[in-house]
Design a protein around this ligand. Structure first.
Ligand code: FAD
Length: 403
């Protein structure tokens, strides 16, 4: 295969692969494909750098993957180190766990993380087109079953067909392509929404552990707190909700109220100032369904999203983007026979145990006694807590880094 000299705004003719979405999954998939010599058209409805609601922490496993791909340098240079997790529950319960050895994650706003990854994709030769929204897939029914031949993109009156033998849908949690093709749906339960914002002038936590990620688990909801360079503090509230929920009509007020009534957070946020209006998204959970359609591969949140509590979405997106790129190369070389099955098996092997762990943690959040029980467990068997912290942070870096 031939590599194109890619770059921002450059259009590629006769693309081998159209990658929809230039977040971590799309940027990594585009990088791997372009490095292998594929002609890659990477499109996003946004102009970059762009903001994205997130807890802004890359866990040690995600960072190790980026290091292996040669994409971590500016993130490691600019991000604040994250050495472990501090989880609090009601009635003053606190559990702390440090990542093992010299492992650490990084906290950096997504605007900078995603821009760094996109720059890597363009440097590898992917042709990036910003501000191009995908409307739908080009579905060819002539082959006996549906086959995706590319996508229709652009504004209503200026739509254009972007043909390619492989399309990768990396267009995030509410993927236009996956939802329209019946490959993703929001489950009936849980229905949680996130409110994310940046504050300045936030006080230190009681332990002064400003290099630990924080998760404050309360009855049915939780609040993530992470200092990021700036100096700003990222705050994400995740709570049960529904469309039109009156408690989220004024998200800034909802966030302030939540912080002000919390005995462990109110003093730290007493003099804090909200820097931008909060962003609200939901419902959060997305289930993947269906067996795949030839011509199309899913990566990142478009292929399913469990819950942000474990802070590992970017690890799934980075590795998922890489696995989708490998599958795309197989399809280009040998056709589609077996491609979806092999990709599903690889994803199951690499992500299956972590998906189960994340679902179990998601269920625990619904229980008011969960953190207290975990704190008791941590006192009785500290090794168990350490294993949970290691697992949440994807600290088995040797497994995570197998190419
Ligand atoms: C509240 C919250 C906190 C989180 N905190 C963390 C954390 O601390 N650490 C962590 O690792 N993960 C975290 N996550 C998860 C993480 O944000 C995601 O898993 C990650 O962003 C997935 O990357 P992606 O590339 O699949 O999708 P995205 O990052 O969402 O990128 C998708 C891209 O597709 C583009 N797009 C969408 N639709 C179209 C279209 N129709 N046409 C063209 N382009 C389109 C978008 O503009 C976007 O750039 C959090 C998630 C939430 C909700």
């Amino acid at each position: 295969m031939r590599a194109t000299g890619g770059g921002a705004h450059e259009k590629v003719k006769n693309a081998d692969v159209v990658v929809v979405g230039a977040g971590p999954a799309g940027a990594v998939a585009a990088t791997v494909l372009a490095r292998a010599g594929a002609r890659v058209r990477l499109i996003d409805r946004a102009a970059f750098p762009r903001d994205k609601l997130c807890g802004d922490t890359l866990n040690p496993g995600a960072l190790a993957l980026l290091r292996r791909l040669g994409l971590s340098a500016s993130i490691e240079e600019r991000g604040l180190p994250v050495h472990g997790m501090r989880v609090t529950g009601e009635h003053g319960v606190v559990i702390e766990g440090r990542y093992p050895g010299d492992l650490c994650g990084r906290a950096l706003v997504r605007r900078d993380v995603d821009w760094a990854l996109l720059a890597g994709a363009m440097a590898a030769g992917a042709a990036f087109e910003p501000s191009v929204a995908v409307r739908r897939a080009i579905v060819d029914e002539r082959a006996g079953g549906p086959v995706i031949r590319g996508v229709v993109a652009g504004a209503e009156r200026s739509e254009r067909d972007l043909h390619a033998p492989v399309t990768i849908a990396a267009d995030g949690r509410h993927s236009t392509l996956a939802f329209a093709l019946g490959l993703a749906r929001h489950p009936r339960w849980p229905r949680r929404w996130a409110v994310g914002a940046y504050f300045e002038n936030v006080g230190d936590n009681a332990a002064g552990l400003s290099t630990f990620g924080e998760m404050h688990v309360r009855r049915g909801r939780y609040i993530g707190v992470a200092p990021v360079p700036g100096p700003l503090t990222n705050v994400c509230l995740v709570k049960p909700s529904a469309p039109g929920d009156p408690s989220l009509h004024d998200p800034a007020a909802a966030l302030r109220q939540e912080l002000a009534r919390d005995p462990m957070l109110r003093d730290r946020f007493a003099h804090a100032r909200l820097v931008h209006p909060p962003v609200v998204i939901g419902p959060l959970a997305v289930d993947a369904c269906g067996t795949g359609i030839d011509g199309l591969l899913l990566a990142g949140d478009a292929s399913g999203f469990i819950d942000p509590m474990t802070g590992d979405g970017m690890r799934f997106a980075i590795r998922g983007g890489e696995l989708a790129a490998v599958a795309a190369l197989e399809a280009l070389e040998h056709g589609w026979a077996g491609v979806h099955d092999r990709l599903a098996a690889r994803r199951q092997r690499e992500f299956g145990a972590k998906w189960r762990f994340n679902r179990a943690l998601r269920a625990l959040v619904a229980s008011p006694l969960a953190v207290a029980a975990a704190a008791l467990g941590a006192r009785v068997a500290p090794g168990v807590l350490q294993a949970v912290i290691n697992n949440a942070g994807d600290c088995d870096v040797s497994a995570t880094c197998r190419a």
